[in-house]
Design a protein around this ligand. Structure first.
Ligand code: 13P
Length: 251
């Protein structure tokens, strides 16, 4: 049985002081999520990770938005896994489409990052999804299959049950143009089938999220799809009221 998961991706938003305030305000909500068997968390910027970790409920998932695959070295501007672990963090988003677009995050690079994360018993949230042009050209499954295969092939099978995959069609991110629930279910099921072929039965334990213009008003429909185990939410995770609405509307 896969537990439901709601993860807010704050992207480049919130000062550390604002992130701390949110963490404090979210305590009762995270408790409510726990009581209802929902895992819930946020991915703040690097500079706010410590403030959130220290002030949130211990049951809140606190994820970084990126990490380097090397432990240390001459990589100006980067942050390593041991640096995150020192703060008590276990979760990292990998391969978000904004990083793929603006920071040259390739499938191969994602693979190296996930390999390093699993070796350190951490949880990668691996984002996949097609662009508008690829969607319109009917290439969604081809693109997603390659992202899954290159990203996940050869990873340590014994640790893969902790992996989370997020299907985020690029054309639906921040646009208000939601993928229909039929598309979300179809692609998430496809991802599970590709993973089953590649990795075996562990595919049934891996949680798959939908992301792209998820709001309190539409989250329930996505989570009623059998292969959608949760949501990765940008804009609607920034205000405590709508973050709360996301949870309340799936209970
Ligand atoms: P929005 O929910 O703002 O569309 O963002 C989705 C996203 O990119 C989450 O990672």
């Amino acid at each position: 049985m896969r537990r439901k998961l709601l993860l807010g991706n704050w992207k480049m938003n919130k000062l550390a002081s604002e992130a701390k305030e949110f963490a404090l305000q979210s305590k009762a909500l995270i408790q409510k999520a726990k009581e209802n068997n929902v895992d819930m968390g946020v991915a703040p910027t690097y500079l706010s990770l410590q403030a959130v970790k220290e002030n949130a409920s211990k049951d809140m998932i606190v994820a970084a938005q990126n990490v380097h695959f090397k432990e240390s070295g001459a990589f100006t501007g980067e942050v390593s896994i041991p640096m995150l672990k020192e703060l008590g963090l276990d979760w990292v988003i990998i391969g978000h489409s904004e990083r793929r677009t603006y920071d040259n995050e390739t499938n191969e690079k994602c693979h190296l990052k996930m390999e390093a994360l699993l070796a350190n018993d951490m949880v990668p949230v691996y984002c996949v999804g097609e662009t508008l042009a690829q969607f319109e050209a009917g290439q969604t499954k081809e693109v997603v299959k390659e992202q899954v295969e290159v990203g996940l092939r050869g990873l340590d099978l014994s640790k893969l049950s902790r992996l989370v995959v997020a299907y985020e069609p690029v054309w639906s991110i921040g646009t208000g143009k939601n993928a229909s629930t039929e598309i979300a279910q179809d692609v998430c099921k496809f991802i599970r089938d590709v993973m089953r072929e590649l990795l075996g039965d562990v595919a049934d334990e891996i949680r798959i999220l939908y992301g792209g213009s998820v709001k309190p008003e539409n989250i329930r429909a996505y989570l009623s799809c059998p292969d959608v185990d949760g949501a990765l939410v940008g804009g609607a995770s920034l205000k405590i009221e709508s973050y709360e609405g996301l949870l309340n509307n799936i209970l």
